[in-house]
Design a protein around this ligand. Structure first.
Ligand code: ADP
Length: 259
């Protein structure tokens, strides 16, 4: 997109020259569009649970409260939708904090083994409830890596959480960590529903969820992976994803080791 300014250069009451200035505003317009798309998406996502909460509470107030079965069902829905609102606002706050944060983040030498253990422990109950087995296969004596621990914790939690959510009953989530060349590789490989070739490039987009209807049952905001990508970009950690529909998905993180 070009903005064009035409300015006549006048000398002695006569137009002597005309200056034409071209200003490429493509990137400005793109950023503006991204922002307004984001606000539109966020409002839409927030409105869905709010509408449900309002609808069901109004119905309760106008009489449905009398019937025990109805009352319980409606309050259950209100609770679920309020939970969704809570997840959405948390994710939105995380994103805006990440965007505002100075590029200078606190990086320390950390031990990835204990971090992976803490994260998988944290999601152990969820894995058991979903009948998923988490296997940890971590090489001995891995070197420390320079990271911002809290945010990498968030990345790992997100990837394990997805490996559980989008898995199949009785499925496996293999977490491996090893040294390869000048990188420390950490991968999360599940035996879940997988992602098609067409959808794969889009999963890091904000609010993008594969197969909206199915993912609605599973629960999530569509913001997790965009937060993951944001955190990793800030720390110059690469991420790759491979997937086969109906077979499973593998995310790999590449932490650069010191030469
Ligand atoms: P959500 O909150 O929906 O889980 P994410 O940003 O974490 O959002 O992921 C975006 C979408 O990518 C998900 O809705 C899901 O469709 C797909 N996805 C992410 N991880 C996996 C996985 N391990 N297996 C299959 N699909 C996945």
């Amino acid at each position: 997109i070009l903005e064009v300014y035409i300015t006549p250069i006048i000398q002695e009451n006569k137009v002597r020259q005309v200056a034409i200035i071209f200003h490429d505003i493509t990137s400005i317009r793109q950023v503006e569009k991204m922002k307004s798309d984001f606000i539109a998406n966020a409002s839409h996502e927030l409105r869905t649970p709010i509408t449900a909460i309002k609808g069901f509470s109004e119905t309760l107030l106008s009489g449905a409260m009398e019937e025990k079965a109805l009352r319980e069902r409606f309050i259950g829905i209100i609770d679920k939708e309020a939970e969704r609102l809570c997840c959405l606002t948390n994710d939105l706050l995380d994103l805006s904090q990440l965007e505002r944060r100075n590029k200078e983040i606190d990086m320390q030498e950390e031990d990835i083994t204990s971090l992976l253990k803490v994260c998988s422990k944290r999601l152990e109950t969820k894995a058991i409830n979903n009948e998923i087995n988490i296997n940890l296969d971590i090489a001995n004596d891995l070197p420390k890596i320079k990271i911002n621990k809290n945010s990498i914790y968030q990345v790992i939690i997100n990837l394990i959480d997805n490996g559980i959510k989008y898995n199949k009953k009785g499925g496996i989530l293999n977490i491996t960590a090893k040294e390869e060349g000048s990188y420390l590789l950490v991968s999360f490989k599940d035996t879940g529903i997988g992602i098609s070739k067409e959808e794969l490039p889009r999963i890091f987009e904000r609010f993008y969820r594969v197969d909206k209807a199915r993912s609605k049952e599973i629960g999530g905001t569509g913001l997790g992976l965009s937060i993951v990508k944001h955190i990793l970009d800030m720390q110059k950690v690469k991420i790759s994803v491979e997937s086969q529909l109906d077979k499973g998905t593998m995310f790999t993180l590449y932490f650069k080791l010191k030469e």
